[in-house]
Design a protein around this ligand. Sequence first.
Ligand code: GDG
Length: 488
Amino acid sequence: MSDRSEETSRGPADGPPARLVIVSNRVPAPNPRGAIGAGGLAVALEAALKAHGGVWFGWSGESRPAIDAEALRQQKVGPITFATTDLTKRDVEDYYLGYSNQALWPVCHYRLDLARFDDRETQAYFRVNEFFARKLANLVEPDDVVWVHDYHMMPLGAALRSRGIGNRIGFFLHIPWPPHEVASALPGYSRLLRSMSAYDLIGFQTERDAEHFGRCLVEEGFAVNVGDGWFESGERRFRIAAFPIGIDTDAIRIAAAKSVGQAATRRMLASLHDKRLVIGVDRLDYSKGLRERIRSFVTYLAEHPDARGHVTYLQVTPKSRSEVPEYRRIEQEVATQVGEANGACGDFDWTPIRYLNQNIPHATLTGLYRMADVGLVTPLRDGMNLVAKEYVASQDETDPGVLVLSRYAGAACELDAALLVNPYDAVGTAAAIARALDMSLGERRERWRSMMDVLERHTVNDWWRGFVDTLQALPGDSDSGEQVGATG
Ligand code: GDG
């Protein structure tokens, strides 16, 4: 695959930037007072739209029994027009909770054992993408650049093409893409893959994901790899490349330094009574490796009795997708595991694992990152993992903490100065926690500087600009490519 850094020239698209139309499954409620404050994806897309101006199109998050096929809610706040539609309850169940989160999400995270195969849900996924395309086609103007995000919306480009939309259309996948042997188990796999050649540019978090995807297309006979990230499918030519997502490094650094004096951070510090702090922050999701991580921490305590009473592990885990049975199950399992660990290892005056099953303000989070000696980021599989990057950006450069990072997070490709671990290996991860807590100041500073250089060189703004500039600079006009219609 080609390197994104060569691709940021504007080429033939020089001149006034085209209007940007960003499409994502969920569009946050417009907030006239400023930041959206939701998860990583929303914050990144908001950064792009604030700087560039444009439209943010997608689902409002609301559902009702029936929807007017033409209705679209539009609200302009500053440079951003929020354009949203509701969905029917049934579509939310089948398209969102069903195919997106119980087929695509587990398969893309290499969890075939958790994938649900339900033909009605597969059909709903393509049908809802057609529904979105119908509404979006009325909104798109001839010179707009359309940028579609994430696994809920993969066939949208093809659905737009079949409505005659010839604009530049790009797609970015925030989660991993597995090898063909795993991906090919997806229900509707051929139809999904074939629809992807409707895009002009397809972006992934890592070179590895981009390579897997390119090989899937070739193995299924849907495209020919003509080199340097270019693929051909019939008359169409499109590009596949890696665009690792970044964070707003400066904003996080400043927020973390500021939060040190704030009440929540001071309360936390006082409650620690000089104990060392290990932190984990993740949505409650089986891909994040929470059960394995708790096992690793318990192994660490078992192998280092001297650490008992002196190290506290804080796990912040907001609830997520609680309507999906597997998520309810892991919520119970993690709570039980934490209770058992505290019961078995704790003492009258020491709770080894503090567990918050709730959302806390992001500014508070940066303060907690900063006071933690170790950031424990050990997903079993993750597209990127922004928490790893936020932990590094929040550190005090004179006395930084150590990042213990799963080799299966996309972030490991860039943050190779972290202590990289196999999250399934409790003994190895426990050894990395011990090493992190014992590391000399000199080594901590060296490792932190090396990771911070990466985060300063490549921020969230570089990420979206890199993608949009590459998309705009692609040679030639797109055709309306009937051969890639999502219904094909
Ligand atoms: C997907 C991909 C990819 C977490 N707890 C709280 C809170 N957070 C924030 C974190 C971070 C974001 O949520 C989580 O981002 P991640 O990247 O770690 O994970 P996913 O949600 O799975 O994101 C992932 C990402 O998309 C972007 O492309 O990196 O691989 O799975 O920003 O700080 N924020 C607040 N309270 C919390 O309790 N306010």
